[in-house]
Design a protein around this ligand. Structure first.
Ligand code: ADP
Ligand code: CP
Length: 315
């Protein structure tokens, strides 16, 4: 039994593939939970984070049906909180069922997590976080004219609405997360990157309209709970250089200086693999013995058995 403290960040495909219905997302999370239970069986202590880009973007679209008096539209920080609640509920119950199936006694709890950001973060002026559905360039242009929202191309996959994405500075509920994790609870926290909040001069918190990148929030959480390992689960078993080219090469074990060199060569797409690599580097640099792994959910068994996946170490 390994007894490590692991922060696991769940990528988009762990929750939503092509069907955005609640039923399909719950089904995907049931499969995800069965994979995650392999780590619990291995004796590891899990703190799970997840994305919310597609879900919070869809909720934002649903606000169009609002009317200003009887059914007012809700602000983006509240929509992020709603996705923490809905995805937290699906994942929490999926984990509880998967643990029961395996006869493992362990609690699972979701924490509505506020993540403090800097009110002067330049990201409020430079919208970069893609959310919601994909559009063609033509559709995006028409939407932008109609709604005055900003749309950008998302890592070669189509056009999406973009919103502000400030960097996470601190996590308001960190003591509660730590206490729960130290007391036999699997904790789901900082979902959707956490609810972005700013602190005023009196120390009061106020929500701000933004969506924090879940890879960066997960890294900050992993650092604050002194995790032994930070695992980023995404759609590929390995990080590659020359990704999708005939000479693509998987990165098995890689050091921070090597990764920095690859970043300088633009090997990782901004908005998809780049934030994961940057978050992994930040975690490894911030911990004396820290190790990060980027791999797929399906590869978790092989990661436990034989360290499969891209492992990032200080070097
Ligand atoms: N150099 C690279 N190596 C591996 N995958 C890459 C690389 N560059 C871009 N990708 C793509 O980035 C994807 C991960 O980003 P994304 O799907 O946005 O993340 P998430 O899993 O958090 O939703 C991978 O599934 C892969 O298709
Ligand atoms: N908040 C966030 O980064 O979500 P995605 O990973 O789904 O884009």
């Amino acid at each position: 039994m390994s007894n490590r403290k692991i922060v696991v960040a769940l990528g988009g495909n762990a929750i939503l593939s092509s069907d955005p219905s609640a039923g399909a997302q719950q089904k995907a999370l049931e499969d995800t939970a069965r994979h995650l239970v392999k780590l619990v069986k291995n004796g590891d202590n899990l703190i799970i984070t997840h994305g919310n880009g597609p879900q919070v973007g869809n909720l934002l679209l649903q606000q169009i049906a609002a009317d200003s008096k009887k059914n007012p539209a809700l602000p983006l920080d509240t929509l992020v909180a709603m996705t923490e609640g809905s995805i937290g509920f699906w994942l929490q119950s999926a984990m509880q069922n998967a643990l029961r199936e395996k006869g493992i006694e362990k609690g699972v709890v979701s924490v509505v997590t506020q993540v403090i950001v800097d009110k002067d973060d330049p990201a409020f002026e430079n919208l970069s976080k893609p959310i919601g559905p994909f559009y063609t360039e033509e559709e995006a242009r028409a939407e932008s004219e109609k709604t005055h929202a900003t749309f950008k191309e998302d890592a070669g996959r189509g056009w999406r609405k973009v919103v502000a994405s400030p960097k996470p500075v601190d996590i308001q509920e960190i003591d509660a997360i730590r206490t729960l994790s130290d007391n036999n609870q699997i904790v789901i926290a900082a979902g959707g990157g956490g609810i972005p909040v700013v602190k005023d001069d009196q120390g009061n918190l106020h929500g701000v309209e933004a969506v924090i990148d879940k890879d960066f929030a997960s890294q900050r959480l992993a650092e604050l709970v002194d995790a032994d390992l930070f695992i980023v689960l995404t759609g590929v078993d390995y990080v590659y250089v020359n990704f999708n080219k005939p000479d693509q090469e998987k990165l098995d074990r890689v050091t921070v200086p090597q990764l920095e060199e690859y970043i300088a060569q633009d090997q990782f797409a901004p908005g998809s693999m780049l934030p994961k690599v940057q978050a992994a580097i930040a975690f490894v640099n911030g911990r004396p013995e820290g190790k990060a792994v980027i791999t797929s959910l399906e590869n978790l068994g092989a990661l436990i058995e034989s360290d499969s996946g891209t492992t990032i170490e200080k070097g």
